[in-house]
Design a protein around this ligand. Structure first.
Ligand SMILES: NC(=O)CC(=O)C(=O)O
Length: 316
């Protein structure tokens, strides 16, 4: 069933156990294929852009209506590289060849793209930024990573994204032809409140372009995705770069789609791959009827506060 998504309908909070008769009135693209492109990334930016274009086309040929790319897919993941590869996304296509390619290809193929992330230059600041393009090739939203990856596992990995990046200030939830999508970048997945805010605003799917590593990957990557999905009763999709054992930062890989009961629907190992998997939003309603968490919450005892009034940033 593929028809236009009606964002005004999606604003209805997802507490969602909607009666079938009502949900049948909705015009979401209820069932569609998602493509998670676990790309190899090299120091050659031009090659990375060309390669991403080719792989996105392949995913679309395999039926993907929504394509997701990895975190920092056009450059190595390092504080030395971010300033060198950064692009001024708002300054037009010449200043941002990576997002120019995403705009072109999404419009040409009439697909939605959650464009992983790239280093964005804005004045004297750098951000780790995800651009979301609609089926008309237009930029629908930009998410700047809110939680910077500053961690220290002595003898294993220390990384300080805040050496180069500034943290974003705005949660991003976006209405697309393939539903209402909450966006986070990698470390953003560790913060449950962000996912809860998205769920409370009617998200069907959370997309996290990410690049976990050989320390955090084995212990946290799948666990966090399944937790965000089962706690919020929605789909969660992640997309990592493929692993390059010779790189300064070694990505874990294992891009994954998780369903609303926390079940892994599709995943892969660490090599380059395209995961094509089906999403069916009609099961959200059913799962939330089976397990009516939203109705059973004790709002008299605890409550989530949306300090930044997320609706103001919801671009439709
Ligand atoms: N790039 C990251 O933000 C990595 C991350 O979050 C991790 O835990 O690893």
């Amino acid at each position: 069933m593929a028809s236009a998504f009606r964002p005004e309908q999606a604003r209805i909070p997802p507490a969602l156990a909607l009666p079938k008769a009502i949900s049948n009135l909705f015009c979401f693209t209820y069932r569609f294929k998602i493509g998670l492109c676990q790309l190899t990334v090299t120091p050659d930016k031009e090659r990375n852009i060309k390669h991403a274009r080719k792989v996105i086309k392949e995913a679309a040929q395999k039926g993907a209506q929504l394509v997701v790319l990895p975190e920092i897919w056009n450059s190595p993941y390092s504080n030395d590289s971010f300033p060198v590869y950064a692009e001024d996304i708002d300054a037009g296509h010449d200043a941002s060849p990576s997002t120019a390619m995403l705009a072109e290809v999404s419009g040409q193929l009439k697909i939605t793209i959650v464009g992983g992330s790239i280093a964005e230059r804005c004045g004297d600041k750098l951000y780790n930024t995800c651009c979301i393009f609609g089926t008309d090739g237009k930029l629908k939203a930009k998410h700047r990573k809110i939680h910077l990856f500053d961690i220290d596992f002595p003898g294993k990995i220390t990384f300080m994204e805040s050496k180069t990046f500034t943290a974003g200030e705005t949660p991003t939830i976006v209405d697309t032809d393939v539903g209402r999508i909450g966006i986070g970048i990698c470390y953003d997945i560790c913060f449950q409140e962000l996912a809860m805010i998205y769920a409370s605003r009617g998200a069907h799917l959370l997309c996290y372009p990410g690049a976990f590593n050989m320390t955090t990957g084995p212990s946290h990557w799948e666990l966090l995705q399944r937790s965000r999905a089962v706690d919020n009763q929605l789909y969660v999709a992640t997309c990592s770069p493929a692993r390059d054992s010779g790189a300064g930062y070694i990505a874990w890989g294992h891009s994954t789609l998780v369903g609303p009961l926390g079940e892994v629907i599709a995943t892969t190992e660490h090599d380059e791959d395209i995961i094509i998997a089906e999403i069916d939003y009609s099961i959200l309603e059913q799962r939330r009827t089976n397990l009516p968490l939203a109705k059973q919450k004790r709002g008299d005892l605890y409550r989530l506060v949306d300090i930044r009034r997320l609706d103001a940033h919801c671009r439709v």
